[in-house]
Write a protein that binds this ligand. Structure first.
Ligand code: NAD
Ligand code: MN
Length: 365
């Protein structure tokens, strides 16, 4: 096949440091004489402040028309509502129909990161609805008990059968594929069955989370290959507790948008840093790699950001573009640098810069 074109959207804060790092690694990888080509694209809060638009039409059009996949850095969100601004990554997920966000959280083989136990799970977050539809409104509180000026804020939460079903399908497929990959890598025939944990809170939100839970579980009957998956349910609060107590109990985890967002930041603590955890926004035809972390204004512009989440996001993107071997080379180079432990950024207790860690990964390729 022809060389691949990757759209790069650094956006804000440390996105402008970690996306060039990921690009450098992709350039160093140069798959058998077919280098990637890159298209730099604008988006973000800083772009909004300059131009009045957070996600230019041109960015969306060139992604759709010219790119095989993309990498997104991070966006800053103002802490208060700014007229006319809304998150470009949320909009991009919608424009490109990237309906699942896939977040592998794994400690480096042979080490246990921050925790005392090995972690190896895949969190799949529904990416298009739930509270993130942002249907919010505010009204005056006219109840007799209210004080003058009191308000009531509302948010609608949308859970549809269609979005739950396609996200559930992605989760079952990935549980089966992950199991096959583990079995092939270990050479053993008795690798434990794939497991899928369906996260919800249907004891309280029986209608919305009820639709989520029943729809995701019903997907198992769609395909004979899904039959081997062991399905369990977990209420989101006890999920947090169990995830911290016994992270090794989890394999693939599927959750509605908000719960998945929160769970994956929490899971990042189990492997040592948000700066390590990648994600990919995935649809049926396109994927956008994106580190789980935000724009980290506290460390931006200082060459301190850990580039590994972005570098692993590039690998995850390649996996989703059918380049699994190239992805493995990146994962192995990153693991070698982490295991050696000499060049670590400050979030992992080291003194190395973004540049030094990136160069070290490139040398290991
Ligand atoms: P954050 O992820 O930016 O930072 C949380 C903490 O982790 C900070 O102390 C930061 O320094 C550290 N950190 C994050 N990534 C790191 C890295 N690669 N290397 C080293 N340390 C790292 O979350 P926040 O501080 O809550 O949010 C900052 C901004 O980012 C906000 O405007 C928020 O809205 C936005 N945000 C964007 C996304 C996204 O683009 N998907 C996600 C989360 C937050
Ligand atoms: Mn988040």
């Amino acid at each position: 096949s022809a060389s691949k074109t990757i759209g790069l959207i650094p956006a804000d804060g440390i996105g402008r440091e970690v996306i060039p790092a990921a690009k450098q690694v992709l350039e160093a990888l140069a798959p058998s004489g077919k280098p990637f080509s890159f298209i730099e694209l604008d988006a973000g809060f800083e772009h909004f402040q300059k131009t009045g638009t957070a996600l230019p039409q041109e960015t969306v059009e060139r992604l759709k028309g010219e790119c095989d996949g993309a990498l997104f850095g991070a966006v800053s969100s103002p802490s208060h509502r700014v007229a006319g601004y809304s998150s470009p990554i949320v909009a991009l997920r919608k424009h490109l129909d990237l309906y699942a966000n896939v977040r592998p959280v794994a400690s480096v083989p042979g080490s246990t990161g921050a925790g005392s136990r090995p972690v190896d799970m895949l969190i799949i977050r529904e990416n298009t609805e739930c509270l993130y539809i942002k249907q919010e409104r505010i009204e005056a509180d006219t109840s007799p008990e209210a004080s003058p000026g009191d308000q009531i804020a509302w948010a609608d939460r949308r859970i549809s059968t269609r979005a739950s079903r396609r996200c559930g399908r992605m989760a079952f497929k990935m549980a089966v594929a992950r199991h096959a990959a583990t079995a092939a890598a270990s050479g053993l025939s008795n690798v434990p069955s794939p497991k899928l944990t369906v996260v919800h809170k249907s004891n309280v939100l029986s209608i919305t989370d009820g639709v989520w839970r029943e729809t995701v579980k019903a997907v198992q009957a769609e395909d004979p290959s899904f039959a081997a998956v062991k399905v369990e349910e977990q209420l989101v609060d006890s999920m947090v507790y169990r995830m911290f107590r016994e992270p090794e109990a989890f394999d693939v985890v599927v959750a509605p948008n908000l719960y998945g967002d929160i769970l994956s930041d929490g899971a990042a603590a189990l492997v040592g840093s948000l700066g390590l955890v990648p994600s990919a926004n995935v649809g049926d035809h396109f994927a956008v790699g994106e580190p789980v972390h935000g724009s980290a204004p506290d460390i931006a512009g200082q060459d301190k950001a850990n580039p590994i989440a972005a570098i692993r996001s590039a690998a995850l993107l390649l996996e989703n573009m059918g380049m699994a071997q190239e992805a493995q080379r990146i994962y192995q180079a990153v693991n070698a640098v982490l295991l050696e432990g000499k060049l670590l950024t400050p979030d992992l207790g080291g003194k190395a810069t973004t540049t030094e860690v990136t160069d070290a990964v490139c040398r290991r390729l």
